[in-house]
Design a protein. Structure first.
Ligand SMILES: O=C(O)CCC(=O)C(=O)O
Ligand SMILES: [Fe+2]
Length: 268
């Protein structure tokens, strides 16, 4: 089994717990240690305050869950407004950056790997759904991140708004909910081929193409939050608002003392 230490020097506290053998395919990895409990709690607090209703359409839609997500720029703006802590917006950026570096190093990429989209996402079970939920009603149907998967012949059609996605990663933030397992699917069925239990600091990463159909089992109780990330090798599709978010957060993080000194200098 691929249980070797991470090849990454940069992300040294991360351990690979499942490789291609256990996960049944190349270009799949499960790692732990991407975030501490304290860091997960900060992300959960951020999600609690600021997640906006999602507009993610039919793939995530089920009547039995609500789906909400927040982008890094939204977190930075909320920090600026004093609605969320600057530290949590900063953590959103640094945790996702840590994940990106791990994915880049683990898959041995020679080229730079850019963020394409970063999303803090929660799926919450409707509390009064009772036993009405259909037997097969996943939180997120089997899909491929890079193309549109046909449920008739399992072919993948490439669409301009998706096909720049080259790698995907999901950092789990909590486990206090029922259901919500992540799974890789067999190519031509919805059945799980390898299942991953969400847990704070755990990261599943994979190449985004048709070799990696995957989904999320129904969240039956509680709220499941993750940091979902898509990366691209194509700089043209880089997630530019990250730079703006980083600048905003950096200026908010500047110690008070510095500003006072600036003021003093100006007054002298
Ligand atoms: O939340 C997860 O575990 C995976 C979500 C996912 O596959 C997606 O949003 O594309
Ligand atoms: Fe996905």
């Amino acid at each position: 089994a691929n249980t070797a230490q991470t090849p990454s020097d940069v992300v040294s506290d991360v351990t690979v717990v499942m490789g291609p053998e256990a996960l049944k395919r190349e270009k799949r990895v499960l790692a732990e240690g991407l975030a501490t409990q304290g860091e997960c709690d900060m992300m959960l607090d951020l999600a609690q305050v600021g997640v906006m209703p999602g507009e993610d359409g039919p793939f995530v839609y089920t009547d039995y869950e609500s789906f909400e997500g927040m982008e890094v720029i939204q977190a930075a703006k909320l920090a600026q407004q004093g609605v969320v802590s600057v530290d949590s917006a900063d953590k959103f950026l640094t945790l996702s950056e840590k994940a990106r570096r791990f994915v880049h190093d683990y898959f041995g990429l020679q080229q730079e790997l850019f963020f394409e989209y970063t999303h803090l996402v929660c799926r919450t079970a409707v509390t009064d759904s009772g036993s009405g939920r259909p037997q097969v009603d996943p939180s997120h149907k089997v899909h491929v991140d890079r193309c549109l998967l046909s449920y008739i012949d399992w072919s993948c059609s490439y669409q301009t708004e998706l096909d720049q996605r080259h790698y995907s990663a999901v950092m789990f933030l909590n486990d206090d909910f029922k259901g919500g397992e992540f799974f890789f699917a067999h190519n031509a069925t919805h059945n799980a081929q390898a299942t991953v239990q969400p847990k704070c600091g755990r990261l599943v990463a994979f190449s985004s193409g048709p070799e990696n159909p995957h989904g999320v089992q129904a969240v039956l109780q509680g709220r499941r939050c993750v940091l979902a990330m898509w990366y691209t090798l194509d700089k043209q599709h880089e997630e530019l608002p990250r730079y703006e978010a980083r600048e905003m957060v950096d200026s908010l993080l500047k110690p008070e003392g510095d500003q006072t000194n600036e003021k003093l200098k100006n007054e002298l």
